[in-house]
Write a protein that binds this ligand. Structure first.
Ligand SMILES: Nc1ncnc2c1ncn2[C@@H]1O[C@H](COP(=O)(O)OP(=O)(O)OP(=O)(O)O)[C@@H](O)[C@H]1O
Length: 340
């Protein structure tokens, strides 16, 4: 059977059916609609004021690749080199190609330089003894967030933008539900964070775009991106949430966006609200304990006791807990599981 006509231009043959709306569109009309929707998210959500200097977290992956050239404002690419052998070097090569193609300035910041020589491979070796290789993602999420902030400041950015898409966000919501983390669920639904405690404001313009559509868009625009999974990802709890989400989505196609929106609508009972954050005694970042998440993790590593900060025998950080880049900063409360 021939493909139907595009429901927008009524000229070309449809090349895809949009997963959410079911509309059959040609590649050009789909790309135009996708771009308009992302722009609408930015404008309607007032995510980026005019005059903003924006640091885009550039991982080389599909989301940040789709995002970067679409924003049309003063952009700087900031890539974080976590020091993951066999993974990040190839991703950074993709980021360098993108920067050259779009003629955007690129700054690479490395964990090793920022965190006293610690790379993720070294962290993995240090935490392996604990028998919890899943802890890698805890460290990486917290440190990457800090590194992106440092990189953004280095390039004079006023705002940070990351490429988290709707699937990323729904996975996080699901993980928070699975952990019963009401506090993080209640604070995590917005499209960004305003930059509490002196941190730069962050936002996620692709938060309402499904992963499928991001991939389709990258395909039709022939974008060059890096698509391999991090070598430490197979151990991560996020993988279970992703699997569960796929099952849910098969039964209910709106499951991803429903979860994203559910996080926006949750209200937190006063008794469940986290304590007001203070400042980290070491670096001044937002913290509910004496040390912020990043300083606490580095402290544990430097003392040869990485599990101190991820909490054996008490509820500290767990691998699914810390915010990924672009997610709102949550001050780590004592004995609380940071999430979202
Ligand atoms: N190494 C990095 N350097 C800079 N930004 C990063 C890095 N890793 C992740 N980010 C930011 O966080 C977002 C979500 O991270 P995630 O781990 O899902 O990335 P990814 O799967 O490697 O790539 P993408 O999300 O771009 O497809 C990215 O879109 C990017 O904006």
């Amino acid at each position: 059977m021939p493909a139907p006509q595009c429901a927008t231009c009524h000229k070309a043959r449809a090349a895809l059916r949009r997963p959410r709306s079911g509309r059959a569109l040609c590649g050009a009309c789909f790309c135009a609609a996708f771009e308009a929707e992302v722009l609408h998210t930015v404008v309607a959500g007032r995510l980026l004021p005019s005059g903003a200097v924006v640091a885009v977290g550039a991982s080389g992956g599909k989301d940040s690749t789709v995002l970067a050239p679409r924003l049309g404002i003063s952009l700087r690419l900031v890539a974080v080199d976590e020091g993951i052998g066999g993974y990040r070097d190839a991703a950074l090569a993709a980021v360098r190609r993108q920067a050259a193609r779009w003629e955007l300035p690129l700054t690479v910041v490395a964990y090793a330089d920022l965190f006293g020589g610690w790379t993720m491979d070294a962290v993995a070796r240090s935490t392996a003894g604990s028998g919890r290789s899943r802890a890698c993602c805890t460290f990486c999420g917290v440190l990457r967030r800090r590194a992106l902030e440092e990189g953004a400041r280095l390039v004079g950015a006023t705002h940070i933008v990351t490429g988290h898409n709707a699937d990323d966000m729904a996975e996080t919501v699901l993980m928070n539900f699975l952990r019963g983390d009401a506090a993080r669920l209640a604070r995590g639904g917005g499209l960004g964070s305003p930059g509490e405690g002196g941190a730069l404001p962050r936002c996620r313009p692709l938060q309402l775009a499904s992963q499928k559509e991001v991939v389709l868009y990258a395909h039709f625009r022939r974008l060059d991106y890096f698509s391999e999974e991090c070598v430490y990802a197979p151990e991560a709890f996020r993988g279970h949430a992703r699997h569960l989400l796929k099952l849910l989505e098969a039964a209910r196609p709106s499951a991803v966006l429903d979860l994203v929106h559910s996080a926006e609508r949750l209200a937190l009972a006063p008794a469940a609200r986290p304590p007001a954050p203070g400042a980290c005694s070491r670096c001044g970042a937002l913290a509910s304990r004496a040390l912020c998440q990043a300083c606490a993790l580095l402290d544990g590593l430097n003392r040869g006791r990485p599990r101190l900060a991820i909490g054996k025998g008490r509820r500290g950080l767990d691998e699914a807990g810390p915010p990924r880049d672009g997610e709102p900063e949550r001050a780590p409360a004592p004995d609380a599981v940071p999430a979202f």
